[in-house]
Design a protein around this ligand. Structure first.
Ligand code: HEM
Length: 418
C-alpha cells in the first residue's frame, strides 16, 4: 500500500487512541488529507459527533448513500454547508422546488449540449498548453488546471471574457473563506468577494433583462418561469455563483490532483500512457475517486434518526465525508491503491441522489480531454518540488493544492485559438 502524498501515514491504523477532538469545520484538517483519521472513523466512529461545532458526520460509503437517498429525512434546505443558512439556490432546496430549479439550469447541461462542447474543449486545452509548452516549465495549477473549467463555465454563463480574472479571484477567495481556522483577512476577502460578485452579476442580469433572447445560462435563468413566476435577482445571483464555483473549483483540483497521482505512481502513469486513448475514461474515474475535491456536503435531519448505534436528534447538521466513502475498504478493493484500470469504480465524488452533480458529464469530458492533451503534448512532465512542499488550501469544503511547479521538455505550439 502506498501513501497518497509524501508525509502521510502509509497504513491508516484503526488502532489509534480515541480521537475525541476532530474539528469537522477546520479547513486545515481537510487540507491535511486526514485519511488515517477517516479510516479510524470508519472503523470506530462511523457516525461521528463533533461537540465543538455541533455537527455530525457519516464516514462510511453505505451511510453516505443512505443520507443522500432519503431527502425527506435528511433535508437540503440549509445545504450545502453545515451551520449554513438557507440560500436561494438549488443545492439548498428540497424537491419539488429543487427539481423545478434544476430543470431550468439543466437545459445547459443536456448530454447533447455537453457533447457539442468537445471541439471547444479541445481548442481550449491546446490554447492553454500553447501558452506554456515552449517554456519547459510552468505552474500546473494556474497555467493548466485552473483556466479550462473557468473559461468553459464563464462562457456558458455568458460572462464577458474580460471579467474572467475577477471571477477566478472571487471564487477562490470565497472558497478560502470556508473554514473556521482561516485568518481574519481571509474572512474579509471572502465577504468582499461575495459582494463584488453580486454587484457584477446584478449588472449582467440588468443587461440580460434589457436584451432578452440569449442562450447563455444567465439569460435562461432571467427568462425562466417557475409556476408562472420569474426568478428574482437574488436567486439568479446565487444560482450563478453555485454554477461558477461548482464548475470552476472542483474540476481544477481533479486535473491537478490526477496529475499529482500520475507523477507519484509512475507505474500507473506508464500503464495509462501505453494505451492513453483506450484507458483514459477509466483512469479519470479513478482520479475522481482518488482526489474527491468536495470534502463534504451537509444535510439537516427532519426527525430523530438512528444510524448504526447513534441517535441523531431532529434539526441536526450532518455532513457526508465523501473522501472517506471513497476509501471505504468494505466497498473498494485495496482502496489506498491508485489504480488507473479500476473497474467497476462506483465512487461518490459527484454525490448521489437528487442532488447528484449537475455538471458531472461536463467535468468528465474536461478531464478526459485535458489529460489526453497534457500526456500527449508534455509526455515527460514532472514535479519541480517534492510533493510534501506543495501548499494546500485551508477549506472545509473544497481543497486542493494552491500551486504545483512542473517542468517538461519544451515542445512546439500547435497554434490553436480559444
Ligand atoms: C470534478 C468536478 C466536480 C465534482 C467532483 C463535483 C461534485 C459535486 C457534488 C459532490 C455535488 C453535491 C451532491 C449532493 O449534495 O448530493 C455537486 C452538485 C452540483 N454540481 Fe458538481 N462537481 C463537479 C463539477 C461540476 C461542474 C463542472 C458543474 C457545473 C458546470 C457543477 C455544478 C453542480 C451543481 C449545479 C450542483 C448542485 C446540483 C443540485 O443541487 O441538484 N459541478 N457537485
Amino acid at each position: 500500500m502506498i501513501a497518497y502524498f509524501s508525509g502521510m501515514a502509509n497504513h491508516p491504523s484503526p488502532s489509534h487512541p480515541l480521537r475525541d477532538s476532530i474539528d469537522l469545520m477546520d479547513g486545515n484538517w481537510y487540507a491535511g488529507r486526514p485519511h488515517d483519521d477517516w479510516t479510524w472513523m470508519r472503523h470506530n466512529a462511523p457516525v461521528y459527533y463533533d461537540p465543538n461545532s455541533d455537527v455530525w458526520a457519516v464516514a462510511k460509503y453505505d451511510d453516505i448513500l443512505t443520507v443522500s437517498r432519503d431527502p425527506a429525512t435528511y433535508s437540503s434546505y440549509k445545504a450545502p454547508r453545515p451551520k449554513g443558512d438557507p440560500l436561494p439556490m438549488m443545492i439548498s432546496m428540497d424537491d419539488p422546488d429543487h427539481l423545478n430549479r434544476r430543470k431550468l439550469v439543466n437545459k445547459g447541461f443536456t448530454p447533447k449540449r455537453v457533447r457539442d462542447k468537445l471541439d471547444q474543449i479541445d481548442a481550449l486545452c491546446d490554447m492553454i498548453i500553447d501558452r506554456v509548452c515552449e517554456k519547459g516549465e510552468c505552474d500546473f495549477v494556474w497555467d493548466i488546471a485552473a483556466p479550462l473549467p473557468l473559461l468553459l463555465i464563464g462562457d456558458m454563463l455568458g460572462f464577458p471574457r474580460e471579467s474572467f480574472d475577477d471571477l477566478l479571484e472571487w471564487s477562490d477567495d470565497l472558497i478560502r473563506g470556508t473554514t473556521t481556522t482561516g485568518s481574519p483577512e481571509a474572512s474579509e476577502k471572502a465577504m468582499l468577494a461575495g459582494l463584488a460578485f453580486r454587484e457584477f452579476q446584478m449588472g449582467v442580469i440588468a443587461d440580460r433583462r434589457a436584451n432578452p433572447g440569449g442562450d447563455d445560462l444567465v439569460s435562461i435563468l432571467c427568462e425562466a418561469e417557475v409556476d408562472g413566476d420569474r426568478l428574482d435577482d437574488e436567486s439568479i445571483v446565487q444560482e450563478s455563483l453555485l454554477i461558477l464555483i461548482g464548475g470552476d473549483e472542483t474540476s481544477r483540483h481533479v486535473i491537478t490532483g490526477g496529475m499529482q497521482a500520475l507523477m507519484e505512481f509512475p507505474d500507473e502513469r506508464e500503464r495509462l500512457q501505453a494505451d492513453l486513448h483506450g484507458g483514459i475514461e477509466v483512469a479519470v474515474e479513478e482520479m475522481l475517486r482518488w482526489v474527491t475535491p468536495i470534502k463534504n456536503m451537509a444535510r439537516t435531519t427532519m426527525t430523530d434518526v438512528s444510524i448504526r448505534d447513534q441517535t441523531i436528534p431532529e434539526g441536526s447538521d450532518i455532513i457526508m465525508l465523501y473522501p472517506s466513502g471513497n476509501r471505504d475498504e468494505e466497498h473498494f478493493v485495496d482502496p489506498f491503491r491508485f489504480d488507473v484500470t479500476r473497474d467497476p469504480n462506483h465512487h461518490m465524488a459527484f454525490g448521489f441522489g437528487t442532488h447528484f452533480c449537475l455538471g458531472a458529464s461536463l467535468a468528465r469530458l474536461e478531464l478526459k480531454e485535458m489529460f489526453t492533451k497534457v500526456l500527449t503534448r508534455l509526455p515527460d512532465i514532472e514535479m519541480r518540488v517534492p510533493q510534501s512542499e506543495l501548499p494546500w488550501r485551508n477549506s472545509n469544503f473544497i481543497t486542493g493544492v494552491e500551486e504545483m511547479p512542473v517542468k517538461f521538455t519544451p515542445t512546439a505550439k500547435v497554434g490553436a485559438s480559444g
